[in-house]
Design a protein around this ligand. Structure first.
Ligand code: FNR
Length: 364
């Protein structure tokens, strides 16, 4: 079937949802508990107004930017997301190839279902996202990432355990044969990761509970800093004091994120914490944002709120489900076109100028 080229990211989601098995669709779309945080992310972003400037002589407009000091075609990276072969047989390799073509970084999850070699072969600018399991395995994973040419490390700090995701519990969600977290076992002499058998509840949640370190501290950030000279990103920050702690421990960037509404069920919408975090770090590290980005308009909002760039999550998976590499390429090109349009409409020549726009949140 010819790829349908949907007109927006929401349309990509609608079409992808219709072709996926219900339990996989739910695993991707779902959030923690009653999914209030998931909905809040969108409501809060929609309530952010940005006042456009006029008479600025804006063109020529460029969405080009820098992420962690490296040039990128736009201030966007593909968020780390587990088990991408659930969505398409080419999984992470297809998504990374599309990111390469779009000129944006691709963040490989610890829970990648595709081996290092296949991802590295795409030639993408790859960052590695670390879930801290044991100290020895974390060290091993960082070494593997460096060996495969990763350009940055992203430590995710908001998953001491996987939150209760009711859709996965009800579906007794389990991974199909052939889809598993292959990087956890690659070249690793320790215990293999637990199999995802179907019993009661969510198999990925059980796996996480038995595997992830539940008590990370600033010392874990410092340890990675000591292991590697790569830029270090701490993902899952909402409190300005935590952002300061991350910077003191050696982070080069923080990601203001509530994990797309998938973790703490009483969390604020991530975009409502962005300005406070940006102010707290005061330029001492980059500030990235995710959780709810669904178009160029949201990237502009995030920039105006003080972000240096955004991660985009689920829309990439919907694109992958709908058309593999072509589907992800379409999602990323929509984002670039929309952002360029938003810059033009708001009177900004560059992404950096967007940070000077007046931004307000409407009362909800
Ligand atoms: C994620 N996310 C995630 N984060 C992370 O650090 N490591 C991971 O392995 C995963 N896995 C994962 C799987 C799936 C299916 C989803 C939807 C999300 C969270 C992700 O990186 C990001 O924070 C959110 O997806 C951002 O929100 P949006 O853009 O999906 O609304």
């Amino acid at each position: 079937m010819a790829f349908p080229y949907p007109a927006s990211l929401d349309e990509v989601e609608r079409l992808a949802s219709a072709v996926l098995p219900a339990d996989v669709r739910d695993f991707v779309a779902g959030g923690a508990l009653s999914e209030h945080v998931l909905r809040r992310n969108r409501t809060a972003l929609d309530a952010v107004t940005v006042t456009p400037r006029i008479l600025t002589g804006a063109p020529p407009v460029a969405a080009r930017s820098r992420l962690l000091g490296t040039p990128a075609a736009m201030p966007v990276a593909v968020a780390p997301m587990a088990y991408q072969r659930l969505l398409h047989p080419d999984g992470e390799a297809a998504a990374a190839a599309a990111a390469r073509d779009a000129g944006v970084p691709y963040v490989v999850s610890t829970m990648s279902s595709t081996p290092w070699e296949q991802i590295a072969r795409t030639g993408a600018d790859v960052w590695f996202q670390l879930y801290w399991t044991s100290d020895a395995q974390a060290r091993h994973l960082v070494r593997q990432a460096e060996r495969h040419g990763c350009q940055a490390l992203v430590l995710t700090v908001d998953v001491p355990i996987m939150a209760r995701r009711l859709r996965d519990v009800r579906n007794a969600f389990t991974l199909p044969n052939g889809v598993r977290a292959v990087l956890l076992d690659e070249g690793w002499e320790g215990e293999p990761s637990e199999a995802h058998q179907r019993t009661r509840g969510s198999a990925p949640a059980r796996h996480t509970a038995g595997t992830f370190h539940p008590g990370l501290t600033a010392d874990h950030v410092r340890r990675i800093r000591g292991w590697s000279d790569l830029p270090l990103v701490v993902k899952g920050v909402l409190d300005p004091d935590d952002a300061r702690t991350a910077v003191r421990a050696g982070a080069d960037a923080v990601v203001v994120s509530n994990h797309g509404g998938r973790q703490f069920g009483a969390a604020p919408a991530a975009c409502t914490r962005l300005a406070a975090v940006a102010e707290a770090v005061g330029g001492r590290c980059s500030v990235l944002f995710d959780s709810g980005v669904r178009g160029g308009i949201d990237i502009l909002r995030a920039l105006a709120l003080g972000a240096d760039g955004v991660f985009v999550g689920r829309p990439v998976l919907w694109g992958l489900a709908l058309g593999g590499r072509e589907g992800v390429a379409h999602v990323l090109s929509l984002l670039q076109e929309e952002l360029t349009e938003m810059l033009l409409l708001s009177g900004c020549r560059t992404c950096e100028r967007a940070r000077e726009l007046t931004v307000e949140a409407l009362a909800q």
